[in-house]
Design a protein around this ligand. Structure first.
Ligand code: 13P
Length: 256
């Protein structure tokens, strides 16, 4: 981490927790992270729980995120949710380009870019995910793949430096318990930082780059101490308030 940026700890609940248990989890997160004033905390419940969780988070420092979004404002898109609909219920953030959406729902770099543009235009802060598969890493293609994914949307987030965040999530580390080493993560984060710097100093200085992939209270300290890792996007460990808030506490300690 670097003093220039506030750490951001975000929980991606994926398809876990309906409205009732989601409200409970969000309330626990609000309570257990309340003292960590140096850290920005975000939770991303499934669509069906957003409305009630938004209510439960009223008056807390925890901000709400969606996990996906359609790029159009309205229309005949059965099963989809528009940017304005998310804003209306208090969503400040949206996760875009998650590897699960890229792999299972066919989201190409172009689709991700279109969604990033729609979020920026609507005033929703995107957390845009990038990351290589195990095959790509073993072929030595990691930096090329992540650069290609980045190049699809970097110019779109350049309008408002620091508004969007980027999450580096190596696909082989997601849900596997196989976390990237601090050196493996920092190498990619440094490349992302350099790509941001090529756009301008404000982009490099203000954009938070999160690490995601089996991040937990056990490994958070090492990763969050790396100079270009500004926080985490947490899956499994975000489903228990205790584990999630421990990662936020680690970020708070390092930020001081
Ligand atoms: P895990 O923390 O479960 O590996 O998931 C990471 C992730 O995909 C967050 O978006």
């Amino acid at each position: 981490m670097n003093q220039a940026r506030r750490p951001l700890i975000a929980g991606n609940w994926k398809m876990n927790h309906g409205a009732a248990s989601g409200v409970q989890l969000a309330s626990d997160v609000a309570r257990t992270t309340a003292a960590f004033g140096s850290v920005d905390v975000v939770v991303a419940p499934p669509f069906s729980a957003l409305w009630k969780v938004a209510d439960a988070l009223q008056g807390s420092r925890v901000e709400l995120s969606a996990q996906n979004m359609h790029p159009k404002a309205s229309g005949a898109f059965t099963g989809e949710v528009a940017p304005g609909m998310l804003l209306e219920i208090g969503c400040k953030w949206v996760i875009l380009g998650h590897s699960e959406r890229r792999a299972m729902f066919g989201e190409s770099d172009a689709v991700v870019a279109e969604k990033v543009k729609a979020a920026m235009d609507a005033g929703i802060r995107p957390i845009v995910c990038v990351g290589e598969t195990l095959d790509e890493r073993e072929r030595g293609d990691t930096l090329n793949v992540v650069k290609r994914q980045l190049n699809a949307f970097l110019s779109i987030i350049a309008d408002k430096p620091g508004f969007a965040a980027i999450a580096y999530e190596p696909v082989w580390a997601i849900g596997t318990g196989k976390v990237a080493t601090t050196a493996e993560a920092q190498e990619v984060h440094a490349m992302i930082r350099a790509s941001l710097a090529a756009i301008g100093p404000a982009m490099a200085e203000k954009t938070r780059i999160l690490y995601g992939g089996s991040l937990s209270p056990k490994n958070a300290d090492g990763l969050l101490r790396e100079p270009d890792i500004d926080g985490g996007l947490i899956g499994g460990a975000s489903l228990k308030a205790e584990d999630f808030s421990k990662v936020a506490e680690t970020a708070q300690k390092i930020a001081g």
